[in-house]
Write a new protein. Structure first.
Ligand SMILES: [Ca+2]
Length: 212
């Protein structure tokens, strides 16, 4: 936040991923400009920036600042299951906190290649899901994930949101629309029969007591 002369009056870092980010500015800070600085060597991509003020004749009606809710990886080390296991690639490797994509380093899962192979994590509660990140295998076979489907399911097992992986990447990032409440996340392999290899799944969301 800068004043009319360009002096910085307040600043704060963004320390998590996913968004939206709610930064609360301390009382008494008056500003004329808001500036967002990129991380060195990183592109700056923002969907929207909103600034709220409670005072001043030149601004509209005061808008409440949303309560700050930190986004955390709600999939980390939660109970994980998968349709089948081969080569020692157990389901828990996909949410062990390690994104290493080399199968030899014991952090990538491995199913068989039957029909409808899947991996799934039970989030152990209801969460407003905001985003999902999936890291693929890197030592080979990354393309096995292309054509797979990511799903958010509610407590009853109903699919509330899904998206498809359509091209080969090291990291797949999904923004989940507001209002999607889920209790588990599932990755379905290509239904025609493909091995499922995932280095890591991270799920970002906010627990809401009212949702339980
Ligand atoms: Ca892992």
């Amino acid at each position: 936040m800068l004043d009319k002369t360009g002096d910085v009056k307040w600043s704060a870092p963004i320390t998590s991923v996913g968004g939206p980010f709610h930064l609360e500015v301390p009382k008494g800070i008056a500003g004329s400009f808001v500036r967002v600085l990129n991380k060195p060597n990183q592109y700056l991509n923002m969907a929207e920036l909103e600034v709220f003020s409670g005072g001043g004749a030149s601004v509209g009606a005061p808008s409440p600042v949303a309560q700050v809710k930190p986004l955390v990886n709600i999939a980390l080390r939660k109970p994980a299951t998968q349709s089948s296991t081969g080569w020692g690639g157990v389901a828990s490797r996909v949410n062990d906190g390690n994104t290493d994509g080399n199968m030899q380093n014991s952090s990538v899962n491995h199913t068989m290649n039957g029909l409808n192979e899947f991996w799934m994590v039970d989030l152990q509660g209801n969460f407003a899901i905001e985003g999902i990140k999936i890291w693929g295998r890197t030592d080979c076979c990354g393309s096995r994930l292309v054509g797979s489907t990511v799903q958010v399911l509610d407590k009853a097992g109903q699919v509330k949101w899904s998206a498809k992986i359509t091209s080969l990447n090291r990291l797949y990032e999904f923004a989940v629309p507001k209002g999607i409440v889920g209790a588990s996340v599932r990755v379905l392999s290509r239904p025609s029969g493909e091995y499922l290899n995932i280095a890591e799944v991270q799920v970002f969301g906010v627990a809401d007591e009212a949702l339980k």
